[in-house]
Design a binder for this molecule. Structure first.
Ligand code: HEC
Ligand code: HEC
Length: 539
């Protein structure tokens, strides 16, 4: 049976892949000789080139996708199809393809969580897509691609050829999946995610910002907290940079990092850095004017352990970027850190906020003891002529908090330091955002005042009666004071009923002090699942 399937899949994919000619190519494929030469040299044993002025190749030219999307396809060409490619050649090809057949910033924008590897995200998709496609993988996987209808159809043929058992799954065996996919899903995909778009045409014409230079970045490292740093990007080759990070965590301890970055499609910043001894990745998108970048920084080996990252270009003029924490209770005193660059004028924290004492001051950060009074609301933070509108929220009390992620998935895994452990644990990082009730006095309404991240106490509880009976909260893992949940060890546990493993259904409970002597509580759902037995081919 296995053999037959294998043969079938080879034939089916060969047909789906290669027999159906050439798709469209983007007009501005002013090809870099390296990339095109490599395609001619390495791909044409299986793909074909169409005669004509532009270099067009069957299957290859009819689609656009993210750098990660191109990497995934090349991985498959290597591991399933037998393509021979050195690591350097692969880098050249991913860059070549992502630059010429990539996504416009606004096309990628709604789906960046997948690029940012923010795995604890519950997607909202058209139910047709959820049932037909996103039951196996993220919907963002296809939403981050653009194809002609023919190419969407070929992708469906590829799925059927590669995974013929998909018709036996739930949400397939109750319907004619293949016909529906070809006749309904493919046209819908071609409409929602078309190869030719105005956004992409405009982005191809647009001048691309140079992302080299000096940046002020603020971010969050789980377990260590918020940091601000200067990030220097020194050009090493076209779109390639040597990168250094030099900054401090909010508690004053230093942070240092260095590594390299590559920019794809004119705005997709991908950096590999070692930060304080830990290997990290940055996935950022630059704004069209090249003045800012935003995204996520996470562990290379623990993708779920990361935090948001924001970068603002340093210029000749002063810039106020953030205040940490971003809230101060009316009537209370607290230490605030104002972060920016060239901060050399007089500091004002807005109406009713008094600076009791300047604790320390540099052009990058001003630490003050401040006291707030007056009505709740957002205050502008000013240093000299530079203003950060609405950066500081003055509030009366924390009316509610939100825990994110609201629905999370952790995975048990091998014990740390055990070389026999094949499957790594997948932890989850929780954070809580606070809100004041706003002018209408009612929490949970549109006018709530967002206070930014607030300190909370973390706890876990069984999610339901069954979990309580199985004592999931005692076995499935533990959450630390920073909100980092570390799941339990893999393998059967003789201490559990029926020697079950350490999976569980939990509630993660955050409790904040509302500032007026009462506790505010919120929770999130956490499923602690078995290890992820799917091995990803990463290069
Ligand atoms: C040994 C044969 C072989 C070689 C060499 C090869 N491919 Fe493919 N390619 C295939 C087959 C078979 C398919 C159709 C099945 C599939 O998508 O995996 C395909 C499909 C594709 C697709 C469409 C994938 C999709 O998601 O729709 C792209 C793009 C592609 N190849 C790119 C390349 C590039 C670029 C190279 C050279 C660097 C290359 N291939 C080299 C066999 C090959
Ligand atoms: C049975 C599970 C399953 C279903 C259902 C499924 N996929 Fe996939 N899909 C996969 C797997 C597995 C891969 C990875 C293939 C590889 O590269 O090895 C994949 C890969 C992809 C890719 C990346 C291909 C590339 O190289 O660029 C896209 C896009 C995609 N799927 C879209 C879809 C769409 C659209 C649907 C619905 C019509 C769908 N998938 C339904 C399992 C599934």
């Amino acid at each position: 049976m296995a053999l037959i399937n294998k043969e079938f899949f080879r034939t089916a994919t060969a047909i789906a892949g290669l027999a159906l000619g050439v798709g469209l190519v983007s007009p501005a494929a002013a090809a870099s000789p390296d990339g095109v030469a490599l395609i001619r040299e390495r791909c044409l044993s299986c793909h074909t080139e169409q005669a004509g002025a532009d270099a067009k190749f069957s299957r290859i030219s009819g689609q656009r996708k993210s750098p990660e999307g191109w990497q995934m396809t090349l991985n498959r060409m290597q591991h399933h199809r037998g393509l021979q490619l050195s690591a350097d050649e692969k880098r050249v090809l991913i860059k070549h393809l992502a630059d010429r057949q990539g996504l416009a910033p606004e096309e990628a924008a709604p789906w960046r969580y997948l690029l940012e590897q923010d795995v604890n995200r519950v997607e909202s998709l058209d139910p047709a897509y959820t049932q037909m496609c996103a039951r196996c993988h993220s919907g963002a996987r296809f939403a981050l691609q653009r194809r002609s209808e023919e190419e969407w159809r070929l992708l469906i043929h590829f799925h059927m050829g590669q995974h013929p058992t998909l018709e036996l799954h739930a949400m397939s065996r109750d319907r004619p999946w293949m016909q529906l996919a070809l006749n309904e899903t493919a046209p819908q995909l071609a409409k929602d995610f078309p190869l030719v778009s105005e956004a992409w045409q405009n982005w191809q014409k647009a001048a691309k910002p140079d992302l080299g230079g000096s940046w002020r970045v603020i971010g969050y490292v789980p377990g260590k907290g918020e940091f601000d740093a200067r990030m220097k990007a020194t050009p090493a080759a076209a779109d390639h940079f040597a990168v250094t990070l030099d900054g401090r965590y909010l508690d004053g301890s230093p942070m240092r990092g260095e590594g390299t970055a590559t920019v794809y499609t004119g705005y997709e910043w991908r950096a590999a850095l070692t930060v304080d001894g830990v290997r990290m990745r940055q996935v950022l998108a630059a704004s069209a004017d090249g003045q800012s970048m935003a995204g996520r920084q996470f562990g290379r080996d623990a993708r779920s352990v990361g935090g948001e990252l924001r970068a603002v270009r340093e210029s000749d003029t002063a810039n106020v970027i953030a205040v940490l924490p971003a809230h101060l209770r009316s009537g209370a005193r607290a230490t605030l850190t104002v972060i920016g660059s060239r901060l050399d004028g007089e500091l004002s924290l807005g109406e009713g906020v008094r600076i009791v004492e300047v604790v320390s001051r540099s052009p990058e950060r001003i630490v003050v003891l401040a006291e707030a009074a007056g009505a709740p609301g957002l205050r502008d933070v000013k240093v000299g002529a530079a203003a950060g509108p609405g950066l500081l929220a003055v509030y009366d009390r924390i009316a509610r908090i939100e825990v994110s992620p609201a629905d999370a998935l952790a995975r048990i895994g091998g014990t740390e330091g055990d070389p026999a452990a094949q499957m790594e644990k997948v932890p989850v990082v929780f954070r809580a955002v606070g809100y004041a009730a706003g002018p209408d006095g009612k929490p949970g309404t549109e006018d709530d005042l967002r206070l930014g991240h607030v300190p909370v106490q973390w706890a876990i509880e069984p999610a339901n009666e069954a979990a309580e009976k199985e004592k999931d909260h005692l076995f499935a893992g533990a959450i630390d004071a920073h909100g980092v949940f570390t799941p339990g060890d893999a393998a059967p546990n003789p201490k559990r009923h029926m020697s079950a493993n350490n999976v569980g259904m939990l509630k993660v409970v955050a409790t904040a002090d509302d500032g007026a002597g009462a506790a505010v509580r919120a929770d999130a759902n956490l499923l602690v699942a078995v290890p992820d037995f799917v091995r990803r081919v990463l290069d």
